[in-house]
Design a binder for this molecule. Sequence first.
Ligand code: C5P
Length: 230
Amino acid sequence: MTDTNPSFWVVIPAAGVGSRMRADRPKQYLPLNGRCLIEHTLDCFLGQPGLLGLVVCLSADDAWWPQLACAADPRITRADGGRERADSVLNGLQALIAQGANEQDWVLVHDAARPNLAQSDLQTLLATLQDDPVGGLLAVPVRDTLKLAGPDGRVSATPDRSLFWQAYTPQMFRLGALRDALGNALAAGATITDEASAMEWAGQAPRLVEGRADNIKVTRPEDLEFLRRR
Ligand code: C5P
């Protein structure tokens, strides 16, 4: 990181069960090259000089986290997970405010199950957004032709793919603005699947920052096989 990159907090939502992995434990605790996924994910941030602190949002009945060495790292605190990812993230943001974080500070939200974040992508995100009035997210332009499915399982349309991007993480916003956007959107019953969609709900236009396509979220067994082969 250059001296000009900003300081930042990190929230890692890690309270999901990952049922599509069909595994005996939540996917963030599955092994990848001798350590579990979430340890790789945390390492993406722990070496950064701009890191102010990191919150991991965990289920109340999570029996795996306390067994990890990183659970004793003083830079990492835990918050309660919620019903949906957005609830978990909101709890993490509120925990940071309770710790004394400033509402104007930057916060990066990153999925626990995304262990392959390149340092170059993190630097690009921080450098691109540090003076942005809204913030934004790593994202990847779609490469394949898109099909809109009809109710009969047949193609009903082929939209213009040049307009579509896949939303990745980290997503980087001002802590107070993101907390307010998430809190208000959830209170209104809006469907919020990432931080950017909460900011959009609040009337903002987050910036798309092009990242690497291999910053994948482990969702299905073949995703983990792909990362193990690398
Ligand atoms: O299920 P999905 O892969 O979309 O989850 C993305 C991230 O959000 C994962 O790291 C998961 O642990 C987290 N999550 C959470 N609380 C929930 C649901 C998901 O922290 N209630």
